[in-house]
Design a binder for this molecule. Structure first.
Ligand SMILES: Cc1ncc(COP(=O)(O)OP(=O)(O)O)c(N)n1
Ligand SMILES: Cc1nc(C(=O)O)sc1CCOP(=O)(O)O
Length: 905
């Protein structure tokens, strides 16, 4: 128990049950590498002067000496227990309200007492009613006043503690001081409630019954506690709740309230909490106080640890775990070997940040707490399933009724202006995030009044309101990437830079919006300078168009790709990892004199290599919002884990598809017509058929084969995951003999593994299975369900692939609604009997249809390039991915060649 020493020293009030002199005796087992982050300051109670802190240097020295002895004695011993997955826990302590319950029970408890007291004390029904009304009124007033006082206190503490120091760093003294203030608040409000008399007049059973009816436990928490008890761990509930019996009635027969001092019993969940005082079985209105405040929690937890340490037969390697949700839990959270913050709310997040306490996802907790390092770290989760996996290992998941584990979602915070016309700004950004597989959150910087004719005006959001939005998002939801757009003032730019640093944002995409497409200024004059100085040094990618690059470089003129290269190099000097200078404006100018063969060249520079990203210009007036769209598509890709280069490539592919599909759509009367960001799923009657599958999804198309998986001892989900790691962006489940029920279950498992990674899953032949599991689509052959029927059954949003060996079959497939054609077998294959069409046949099919074609049959790393050069947009492979020892390496090799071919083509 790594932190026992520190927590024993930290004592916050009541005397420690073990004498100071006995402390060295406690270190009877190896916990090599004990770390003392609470440093030298410790506290003891001084009854003569009330509670105050004083340094306990002597205690420190004794403990230090004990630990050194311990380290010497045990450094040669390996831990005796623990398996690769399950943790070896000595004591598991859990807070009650909001940690085991889905809400706070205090108000329920009081309301239950009031209702019961009405019946018992009221006399006539009218008197009963009046009494209840009066007390409810008192309760409402008290609840509001309590919350307001708590909010004010927290705000005050945060500002006090964040301004008190120079460079913020973790300091146990600050934690203690904050807990003292929180404790004063808790004590005051406990007393104030007692003084109102509203807790008077109920029976124990009234309280239990009525309160329990209004309280729900988190799913799975009882299972976790029950298992811990069966394992013989010490399981404790430590709560500031006013009724231990309420807790007991919710936890059932496994729970016990120890008589007198908590004993070390291990066959029950022991509850340490307060209790309503009773006289002749009726509540008196008073509370018997055991755990009244944050300090008490710290003290009682310390005592629990000390009892555990002195317990006979204790495994000296066993660890302590504390799970709690709020500021009142901070001391035990820090004192435990593993402190788990459950369902962290904004207040808790703010406080932990102010105290410089690092918080990581629970899934990142090491097996050995020594690996946490010297500074305190807590772990967060919002799922008892995760806690179960943390304690018992992945093989010991919750029983079947447990909901699916939460799906992690790539998150992008967009800091930008609102476009009332819906075409650009945050409106474009959010649509783009969704279409690129990310979840977009926003901090709105300005409300612009605009439509297709231009910008009529803007109302800038006050800087503190922007800050509040950013904090609200980042303290709770977090962001894998931040994308900035319109930042109207230098002050806002500096704020964003500060927040990016404060929240340690990994990926930042800066779209330096200075002037709108229609020529209106969207930022004050000094914004360019602020972006250069404050934001660009933090940026992963900065995406100026030509006029923006000119403005950022102080009025330079950019007329050619060579000029763009120079600009990219100079902008890189300001510190971004990548500069993407977008060349669309040069084409718009050239367009005035020429109408054919134009291409757009964007210049990407990473400080070493200049890359030209070329594509044919798409002549359309529907370009409003393209800058925002490209930048947020890049941010979405980065949030999903793509490298900056891949992010830019994929984002360009998205914007190209959108631009092509948006030609001709019209909203208002002006020239600034918008894009159809959802063109892959929404068809507004534009000329181009909207694909349900993006081109990039088809580059490496994995088609599964159970026989090969069995041979290599891989489950279908494992095989699919390996293929995804190898770069597969779409997976087809091809099962010819699997019973339907098994197929459905397997498809659900694969979908659960693939979707969070942005990978589509389609079903071979079986439209019914695809519909049952809500797969991304279906692939049908010439002898399967006719393509037109499959399309009708699937609807427009789903992917439909059709096999073709001839031009006629391919053309018909397109007419019938296919999103892509699978053409093959291009080369001989032993996976399936299929006549070979060769590269020639593939080329004919590719030139006959406008939907993408993927090559299938005998495709491997040595021939993938030739298929792409013949015109296909990707390759579908079975054996090269699933009948090999290292599917990842094989997939990557094939994908690299496909990418090369697509670049050349
Ligand atoms: C991407 C892709 N292309 C072609 C096929 C072959 O499908 P089909 O003709 O239906 O033959 P079976 O796969 O059912 O044997 C495919 N599966 N995927
Ligand atoms: C599933 C399938 N369909 C084909 C067709 O010709 O339509 S060839 C084929 C098997 C492809 O397997 P491998 O990548 O191992 O060669």
């Amino acid at each position: 128990m790594k932190r026992l020493v520190s927590s024993a020293l930290r004592g916050t009030g009541a005397p420690c049950p073990l004498s100071v002199a006995s402390l060295p005796r406690l270190f009877s087992g190896p916990s090599v590498g004990v770390c003392f982050w609470p440093r030298r300051s410790a506290v003891v109670n001084d009854p003569a002067h009330g509670r105050h802190w004083r340094t306990a240097g002597q205690l420190w020295k004794q403990c230090r000496c004990a630990v050194e002895l311990e380290v010497r004695h045990f450094s040669d011993h390996q831990p005796a227990s623990g398996t690769a997955h399950a943790r070896n826990i000595g004591v598991l302590v859990v807070d009650f309200d909001n940690t085991l319950t889905t809400g706070d029970t205090t108000v329920n408890l009081i309301a239950a007492v009031i209702a019961a007291a009405g019946q018992r004390l009221g006399g006539t029904p009218e008197e009963e009613d009046r009494l209840v009304q009066e007390r409810m009124q008192v309760l409402r007033g008290a609840a509001e006043a309590y919350q307001a006082a708590l909010d004010a206190l927290i705000e005050d503490l945060i500002s006090q503690f964040s301004t008190a120091k120079g460079k913020p760093e973790f300091d146990m003294g600050t934690v203690r001081n904050m807990c003292v203030k929180l404790s004063e608040h808790d004590r005051y409000w406990c007393q104030r409630t007692i003084d109102t008399g509203i807790l008077k007049g109920a029976r124990r059973e009234d309280v239990e019954e009525a309160a329990v009816r209004g309280v729900t436990l988190w799913e799975g928490c009882l299972d976790v506690l029950g298992r811990a008890r069966q394992k013989g761990w010490g399981v404790r509930v430590l709560s500031q709740n006013w009724s231990a019996h309420l807790i007991k009635s919710m936890l059932g027969d496994d729970a016990a309230i120890p008589e007198g001092k908590a004993d070390a019993a291990r066959d029950a969940i022991l509850i340490t909490s307060n209790e309503l005082a009773y006289e002749s079985e009726i509540t008196t209105g008073d509370v018997t106080r055991v755990v009244e405040c944050a300090d008490d929690k710290g003290q009682v937890f310390d005592n629990m640890l000390l009892e555990e340490m002195s317990r006979e037969g204790r495994d000296p390697h066993s660890l302590s775990v504390y799970i709690g949700d709020g500021p009142g839990d901070i001391l035990p959270l820090l004192a435990a070997d593993f402190g788990i913050v459950f369902n962290k709310n904004k207040t808790m997040g703010d406080i932990l940040r102010t105290l410089c306490i690092e918080i990581k996802p629970l899934t990142e907790a090491p097996m050995d707490p020594k690996l946490q390092g010297d500074m305190p770290v807590l772990y967060e989760t919002a799922s008892w399933h995760d806690i179960s996996v943390f304690l018992y290992g992945p093989g010991m998941n919750m029983p079947a009724q447990e909901p699916d584990p939460p799906i992690s979602v790539p998150r992008v915070l967009i800091v930008a202006g609102s476009d009332s016309g819906g075409g650009a700004g945050i409106q474009a950004d959010i649509k783009t995030c969704l279409m690129n597989g990310a979840f977009g959150c926003v901090a709105v910087t300005s409300l612009t009044f605009q439509n297709t004719q231009g910008i009529e005006g803007a109302h800038n959001v006050p800087t503190d309101a922007i800050e509040a939005q950013i904090d609200a998002v980042l303290s709770d939801i977090g962001a894998n990437a931040v994308k900035t757009g319109m930042l109207p003032t230098a002050e806002v730019v500096e704020l964003v830079a500060r927040k990016v640093a404060e929240y340690k944002i990994e990926s930042l995409v800066v779209d330096p919006v200075l002037v709108s497409t229609s020529g209106q200024s969207l930022a004050e004059n000094d914004v360019g300078g602020a972006i250069r100085e404050a934001l660009m040094p933090l940026a992963t990618v900065v995406t100026p168009n030509v006029p923006e690059a000119e403005a950022l470089l102080g009025g330079r003129t950019i007329r050619s790709v060579d000029d763009m290269e120079v600009a990219a190099r100079e902008l890189h000097e300001f510190g971004p990892k990548y500069v993407l200078v977008k060349g669309g404006h040069l084409v718009s100018n050239a367009q005035k004199s020429s109408h054919s063969g134009l291409e757009v060249v964007d210049v990407l520079y990473d400080g070493n290599t200049i890359l030209h990203l070329r594509q044919p210009a798409i002549m359309t007036g529907n370009t409003h919002g393209t800058g925002c769209t490209l930048a947020s598509a890049i941010a979405s890709e980065l949030a999903k884990g793509a490298s900056p280069c891949t992010a830019v490539e994929n984002a360009k592919e998205y914007i190209t598809d959108v631009l092509k599909s948006s030609k001709g759509i019209r909203t208002g009367r002006g020239a600034q017509q918008p894009l159809n960001h959802g063109s892959a799923i929404v068809d507004w009657g534009a000329q181009v058929r909207k694909p349900s599958v993006q081109l990039r999804d088809l580059r490496l198309y994995a088609v599964t084969d159970s026989r090969m998986n069995r041979k290599r001892n891989r489950s279908m989900t494992e095989a699919a995951s390996l293929a995804i790691s190898g770069g597969a962006s779409i997976i087809q489940l091809r099962e010819k003999a699997m019973p339907t029920q098994e197929f459905v279950t397997m498809a659900r498992d694969v979908l659960a593994a693939a979707r969070p990674r942005g990978v589509k899953v389609v079903i071979n032949d079986r439209v019914d299975v695809a519909l049952a599991v809500d797969a991304d689509g279906v692939h049908v052959g010439q002898e399967d369900m006719p393509a037109a029927d499959a399309r009708r059954l699937l609807g427009k949003g789903k992917v439909l692939g059709v096999s073709a060996k001839t031009v006629e079959q391919a053309v018909k497939a397109e007419e019938d609604g296919a999103d892509y054609v699978g053409a093959g077998a291009v080369f001989p294959t032993s996976t399936k009997e299929s006549s070979v069409i060769g590269l020639e046949g593939l080329r004919d099919i590719c030139s006959a249809v406008s939907i993408p074609v993927v090559a299938i049959g005998g495709v491997a790393a040595d021939n993938a390039l030739s298929t792409v050069l013949a015109g296909c947009k990707g390759v579908a492979v079975v054996s090269s991915l699933f009948d090999v020892g290292d599917p990842q390496a094989s997939g990557r090799a094939i994908l690299a060649l496909v990418n090369l071919g697509l670049e050349k083509g």
